[in-house]
Design a protein around this ligand. Structure first.
Ligand SMILES: [Zn+2]
Length: 139
């Protein structure tokens, strides 16, 4: 076999290894998403506030409940790297895996529309567009 063919195959194997590694990281993250919500310092607040927030009938009531729930939400965000708040330098500290998880998290949320949830993400617009492209969705 020529050196060129060997080089191409070697290159293909390296690309395969790097892309496979990323796919495994995404798989691992998909299986552990929001696992901390089951911890005793998060679960009781989620069990209390999620139904109350869903049932809130006024913006005032909703905002009051949201404020009460905030310490637990902040705790959750501080221990889960798919949240921008986890990172000292915000979105710039995130990995592609973090971004993919964050986007999937926002898309699969239940409050408001997908577009509203995506718009609230504190990440650069170009990354949001790339994520839409990746998922084959349009804005
Ligand atoms: Zn989360």
């Amino acid at each position: 076999m020529s050196n060129v063919k060997e080089d191409i195959i070697s290159h293909q194997m390296r690309v395969y290894q790097l892309m496979y590694r990323l796919s495994k990281l995404i798989e691992e993250r998909s299986l552990s998403h929001d696992a901390s919500k089951f911890q005793p310092d998060e679960l009781p607040a989620y069990e209390k506030y999620v139904p109350l927030l869903a049932a809130a009938t006024t913006a005032e009531e909703f905002n009051k409940l949201k404020e009460e729930f905030k310490p637990t939400r902040d705790l959750h965000k501080s221990r889960n790297r798919h949240h921008v708040e986890f990172h000292e330098n915000g979105a710039e500290g995130m990995t592609l895996v973090d971004l993919v998880e964050l986007f999937a998290d926002a898309v699969s949320g239940s409050r408001g529309s997908v577009e509203e949830r995506i718009a609230k993400l504190d990440i650069p617009e170009v990354l949001i567009q790339i994520l839409y492209n990746t998922y084959g969705a349009s804005k």
